[in-house]
Write a protein that binds this ligand. Structure first.
Ligand code: GAL
Length: 384
């Protein structure tokens, strides 16, 4: 008996140590199995946020058909918070959010949607509101008490701090708070977050901030090639939120924005005013075929398969064996582009469907060809 005591005891201690190590390393919640879909206040409203806007946005998300199309999160970005109270609890702006964040979260939930907030891993947010540094657990518990389902955590005023250390602290705090939450790391690619972000959070920004123009959007989007191996269910690269409908790009450019983000398995976080968007914007944001590519269950991020100067072809393998293929013209004027099926390792005939207009192009023998508008895309799905 005695002989076996020590080894058995040792084994169970080892097991306990090992499993706590595995748990501490692993992410706490099974969320964001497909890239998050929702809305965020920053791109359109910056600091001009208040509870009326958020409530009306939640209403509009339902009435516009965005919710039915799959959009879920209503996320307040920077500027909702003003100070900390005597106990160090974060305090919301009482002028702009007089009912408080819990009531706002409840309202969003009452619409069948989810609620998100923003903070910063450093000492202050980018707009100089209190950051979560040294308040990690306290803030995580506050969010849990309010029912927050998504938190975006920025990286301003973090001089001398290591993102890998701070974001791990925040992950552990969110885990300890116990409320399932999507953890969005926003450190603009500092210290290559794709290399460690999957251990911490559900998505990580890979680039600087997007602006509502073709140059900014295309630099963010087309620079993602090579990062595909880091993405998968529960952990995504984030080239920043959508600008669709904000007016700085034309229809072809917004098509490129969404098609590229869908191929990249990037979050679809709309950044426009949902209360007043026109039919063209609504139809673009709610296009079921494009959303199906973004939300594909296989969760494989696509990549570039061909390039010639400003012409690029990208492809993403999908769960049913089909491929989403985007023929992008980053140059000027309309250009004819051809994507031979051999580029995706398939031989024809293949069925081809154009995704923006849901046009079935039938069986095609060996290549997809299209006249692609300046800054635009021909976006298709092909299958055997
Ligand atoms: C930036 C972030 C933006 C927005 C802004 C708020 O650092 O990348 O997406 O959150 O801060 O101040």
């Amino acid at each position: 008996m005695k002989k076996h005591f020590f080894p058995a005891c040792l084994a169970s201690i080892l097991l306990a140590v090992l499993s706590s190590f595995v748990l501490a390393q692993g992410k706490p919640f099974t969320v964001a199995q497909t890239p998050p879909m929702g809305w965020n206040s920053w791109n359109k409203f910056a600091c001009d946020v208040n509870e009326h806007l958020i409530r009306e946005t939640a209403d509009a998300m339902v009435s516009s058909g965005m919710k039915a199309a799959g959009y879920q999160y209503v996320n307040v970005d920077d500027c909702w918070q003003v100070s900390r109270d005597a106990d160090g609890n974060i305090v919301a702006d009482a002028q702009r959010f007089p009912s408080g964040m819990k009531a706002l979260a409840d309202y969003v939930h009452s619409k069948g949607l989810k609620f998100g907030l923003y903070t910063d891993a450093g000492r202050m947010t980018c707009q100089k509101r209190p950051g979560s540094y040294e308040h990690e657990l306290q803030d995580a518990k506050t969010y849990a008490a309010w029912g927050v389902d998504y938190v975006k955590i920025d990286w301003c005023y973090a001089e001398g701090l290591d993102p890998e250390v701070q974001y791990a602290k925040l992950r552990d705090a969110l885990k300890a708070a116990g409320h399932p939450i999507v953890f969005s790391i926003c450190n603009w690619g500092v210290k290559a977050p794709w290399r460690w972000g999957g251990e911490m959070g559900n998505l990580w920004r890979t680039t600087g901030d997007i602006s509502d123009n073709y140059n900014s959007m295309s630099v963010n989007g087309f620079s993602q090639n090579g990062l595909e191996k880091y993405a998968g269910p529960g952990h995504w690269n984030d080239p920043d939120m959508l600008e669709v409908g904000n007016g700085g790009m034309n229809r072809d450019e917004y098509h490129t924005h969404m098609a590229l983000w869908a191929i990249l398995a990037a979050p679809f976080l709309a950044g426009n005013d949902l209360r007043s968007m026109n039919a063209e914007t609504r139809d673009m944001l709610t296009n079921a075929d494009v959303i199906a590519v973004d939300q594909d269950a296989k969760g494989v991020q696509g990549h570039r398969i061909w390039q010639e100067g400003p012409l690029e072809i990208w492809a993403r393998p999908l769960a049913d064996g089909s491929y989403a293929v985007g023929l992008f013209n980053r140059g000027s004027g309309i250009l004819k582009m051809t994507a031979p099926f051999s580029l995706i390792g398939m031989s024809g005939p293949l069925h081809v469907q154009e995704l923006w207009e849901h046009k079935d192009l039938g069986a095609v023998s060996d290549a997809v060809s299209a006249d692609v508008p300046e800054h635009g895309v021909a976006f298709v799905r092909v299958w055997k």
